[in-house]
Ligand binder design. Structure first.
Ligand code: HEM
Ligand code: HEM
Ligand code: FE2
Length: 451
């Protein structure tokens, strides 16, 4: 560790991994309800467990991003963080808010209360008091990292990272606007849900990848910066108007069908660029870095993100196709592979890289870590194929033949069983990963920094 204050990342990564475990176990639970519909139905209904699964995903990914920023900004800016203390306060607020959401939903506290009760819009279900806490924590975060960058060296990596993080926080403010008109509600809801994953988060991902490849391959900074700017430009150019691919059927004007189709089709470009970028860097790189697991996750992230977001996104993004596939298992297939490939994997890449440094050791448990990569990535790929088959059948029977929704669900049972088995592989992989991070083997003797 070059800078003492980087240590705050450690607390963020540990918390993120704990929530990660909860998230995938929640997925397994939700998947089981698909097989056995009354499973614990009184104690934990499907909608609640599904909410916990998707929201814990967002929470731990954000904790990972915050930790990544605290880890890499001191190194890039070449100075200590403005205030490690504030970073811990921020973490405490976020943990409190997360606990608040879980308790509120599990015991259905304060139903209907404007400040304390559930909000119930997918991904932004937090009660208003938690949303306010998130805003406070985010402002502390932005203040802390911006001050650090302003006082230190400015690089393309810190600039892009700051742009992404500022954007993601500002967009969250739309969660306070909840119009009663359903079309308007959906329109603004996508400002968060879409402009996060297909806009600001892409910038965060690209800058973390750039940082990792800089360290792992030893390629010149100038080359990395050029790529970074291409990725940012194409991501924002396509992603902003690409929001239109969610405006086909919600009551917005018809021209969105063309705007959405054209611009969202272009969204494939930044993901393709990120994948090419990663492989070109490794190919050009002159460094043989000992942390092979971090490199595997970085390359895996760029590749699986291209397939999950780029290919599986394109699959249903043209309005003529989406007319049939909208909201079927095709969507779930894409949602899983895209989130996993892009944001889960890039987080696991920076954890793999940073954890040994934060603990002052050489890279450890490499084989175990790489085994967990293949288990998780293989499991997710299999799950995606299964859901895609299920979604194709569903689309045909439901949207073309017009059969009854519940009858079709029954006929897809075999796919749901296979999805669960694939999910089990992912969960085992995730637990292996966490184990590999937490319990270094005894064989390696500490030798401090390696980058
Ligand atoms: C890191 C891994 C995972 C990620 C990134 C992830 C992500 C997601 C996302 C984004 C959704 C919402 C999908 C949508 O709105 O279309 C979702 C729902 C769901 N996930 Fe996962 N998930 C993961 C692991 C799992 C696992 C291991 C299982 C176990 C079988 C699982 C089962 C489910 C189920 C059953 C739903 C609800 C689908 C529905 O409503 O039809 N997930 N997950
Ligand atoms: C890493 C980036 C991405 C992530 C994490 C992601 C995730 C998701 C998720 C979770 C949903 C379901 C939302 C819901 O209805 O609740 C969704 C929907 C959708 N995504 Fe993505 N996505 C990404 C990139 C893309 C890209 C690049 C495209 C197009 C090329 C795309 C096309 C779509 C479309 C068309 C839908 C709507 C599906 C429907 O009508 O049911 N996505 N995405
Ligand atoms: Fe989108």
């Amino acid at each position: 560790m070059k800078y003492q204050s980087q240590k705050v990342a450690y607390a963020y990564f540990l918390t993120a991994m704990a929530v990660f475990a909860v998230q995938v176990l929640g997925g397994l639970w939700a998947g089981w309800i698909y097989i056995s519909p009354n499973f614990m139905a009184e104690a934990m209904p499907f909608n609640i467990i599904r909410m916990l699964h998707t929201n814990s995903l967002i929470v731990w990914l954000l904790l990972g991003f915050f930790g990544a920023a605290y880890f890499l900004i001191p190194e890039e800016a070449e100075r200590e963080l403005h205030s490690p203390m504030l970073a811990y306060v921020q973490l405490a607020i976020l943990v409190l808010g997360t606990a608040g959401v879980v308790v509120t939903y599990t015991f259905d506290l304060f139903p209907g209360h404007w400040l304390l009760g559930k909000e119930g819009r997918e991904f932004i279900e937090q009660p208003v008091w938690v949303k306010l806490g998130i805003v406070v924590a985010s402002l502390i975060f932005l203040f802390n990292i911006t001050m650090t960058v302003l006082k230190g060296r400015k690089t393309a990596i810190t600039n892009v990272l700051l742009l992404g993080l500022w954007g993601l926080v500002l967009l969250f403010l739309f969660s306070f606007y909840n119009p009663s008109n359903l079309s308007l509600d959906k329109m603004f809801w996508w400002y968060i849900v879409h402009l996060w994953v297909e806009g600001t988060w892409e910038l965060v991902m690209a800058s973390i990848l750039a940082f990792l490849l800089l360290k792992l391959t030893g390629v010149d900074r100038e080359i990395i910066e050029k790529w970074l700017y291409i990725i940012v430009a194409t991501a924002l150019f396509s992603g902003i108007l690409g929001t239109g691919h969610h405006y086909y059927w919600i009551g917005t004007p018809g021209y969105w069908q063309w705007v959405g189709s054209i611009f969202s089709a272009l969204e494939v470009i930044p993901f393709f660029a990120m994948m090419s970028f990663s492989f070109v860097m490794v190919w050009k790189g002159k460094r043989d870095h000992p942390n092979k697991a971090a490199l595997l996750w970085a390359l895996g992230a760029a590749t699986v993100a291209f397939f999950g977001a780029g290919v599986w996104g394109f699959l249903h993004t043209l309005h003529g196709v989406n007319y049939y596939t909208h909201g079927t298992q095709i969507t779930a297939a894409h949602g899983h592979l895209a989130f996993f490939g892009a944001y889960v994997s890039v987080n696991l890449a920076i954890f793999s890289y940073a954890m040994p440094i934060l603990r002052g050791r050489d890279p450890y448990n490499q084989v175990l870590n790489m085994a967990s990569f293949w288990l998780m990535t293989g499991g997710m790929t299999f799950m995606t194929f299964v859901l895609t088959f299920a979604g194709t059948i569903q689309t045909h029977m439901q949207r073309v033949l017009g059969e009854n929704f519940m009858d079709i669900q029954d006929s897809m049972n075999l796919f749901f069983v296979m999805r669960w088995v694939a999910g089990l592989a992912v969960v085992i992989g995730a637990l292996l990963f966490i184990y590999a991070q937490l319990f270094p083997g005894k064989e390696i003797i500490s030798s401090g920094d390696k980058d």
